[in-house]
Design a binder for this molecule. Structure first.
Ligand code: PBG
Length: 323
């Protein structure tokens, strides 16, 4: 075998060589840490199915965002738990809504951190759906008006990026127009363009208390079986003025990330959702997998598939390992 010409193992012999030829790298620069903000003071309530993640009051959130910044993470995304819910999700677009207050506090206390505002109504409605209800289903066009108001309230509070996650038809156009009319032409839209109706959102619904009280989200979120439809959704959002696209969840949909990456030139985000996080945490706790190793492997896979940015509850743990 002395004449064997091709020996790929030559480039794997030690970490120096492996590092030289490594194709994909993770960096805290493009990890986005999600936070759940709730009313009160000094509140730091751990989320049962998401160990290490908390419902945080604004004062505690500010502390967390400071520590995240020290780890080199530049961006956070905020979800709100309002003090009261109602059929039309008023707190989402109130000037003093919980997320608007949190954005103002972060902008004031932790300058330099990019604050992304998730734009949806499910955390704010008493029925837990992502819009207003008519005949037992979410009514698309009236919902667009509320989402638009939400985007403007978020921009007014100082959000750097608005990230609509509601999966209504025409949401990017509606929000782009509303932001423009209010003088916020410069605020980018990170569209959850491709969002599947996924069982992997389970822990999030505990964290945000946003489980639908009847039915499910299949009349607006996508069927997990479809990929051509994902390209259609992405194409519409590009046409309507999205600045960045997102695919969600991430690991079960790496083929979709790759397909969207190949077809569109906008920056692409992938959301490693609560259930993906919880599975890795749980198996790690049981000693069934090596948690830090699987965490890094899952993140690098998502990037290798084509994501530029990853929203992940592992942002802090991963950044610590990368330091
Ligand atoms: C709001 C929203 C959800 C998630 C992000 N934005 C929940 C849902 O659609 O039910 C899920 C994130 C996660 O599971 O980590 N619509």
């Amino acid at each position: 075998m002395a004449d064997l010409i091709h020996r790929p193992r030559r480039l794997r012999r030690n970490e120096g060589i492996r590092s030289l030829v490594r194709e994909t790298r993770l960096s805290p620069d493009n990890l986005i840490m999600p936070f759940f903000v709730c009313p009160g003071e000094g509140v730091r309530r751990e989320i049962g199915s998401m160990p290490g993640n908390f419902n945080l009051s604004i004062d505690e959130l500010v502390k967390e965002v400071k520590s995240v910044k020290e780890l080199g993470i530049r961006s956070v995304i905020l979800f709100g738990l309002p003090s009261a819910k109602d059929p039309v999700g008023k707190d989402a677009y109130a000037e003093d809504g919980i997320v608007q207050q949190a954005i103002r506090a972060i902008k004031r206390e932790v300058p330099g951190v990019i604050v992304i505002a998730d734009n949806c109504l499910c955390e704010y409605t008493d029925h837990g759906h992502c819009g207003v209800i008519r005949d037992n289903d979410v009514d698309n066009d009236p919902t667009l008006e509320l989402l638009s108001k939400t985007a403007v309230a978020q921009a007014e509070a100082g959000a750097d990026i608005v990230a609509p996650s509601n999966m209504m038809d025409g949401f990017v156009r509606a929000i782009r127009t509303a932001l423009g009319n209010a003088g916020y032409q410069q605020v980018p839209i990170m569209s959850y363009a491709v969002k599947y109706a996924s069982g992997f959102y389970g822990p999030f619904r505990e964290a945000a208390d946003s489980a639908p009280q009847f039915g499910d989200r299949r009349s607006y979120q996508m069927d997990p079986a479809n990929v051509r439809e994902a390209l259609r959704e992405a194409e519409l959002d590009v046409d309507e003025g999205a600045d960045m696209l997102m695919v969600k969840p991430a690991m079960p949909y790496l083929d979709v990330i790759r397909a969207v990456r190949e077809r569109f030139n906008l920056p692409l985000a992938a959301y490693q959702v609560s259930g993906e996080f919880a599975m890795i945490k749980a198996a790690g706790r049981l000693g069934w997998i090596d948690e830090p190793r699987v965490m890094m492997e899952s993140l690098v896979s998502i990037k290798r598939a084509g994501a530029d940015m990853i929203l992940t509850y592992f942002a802090q743990d991963a950044s610590r390992l990368l330091a």
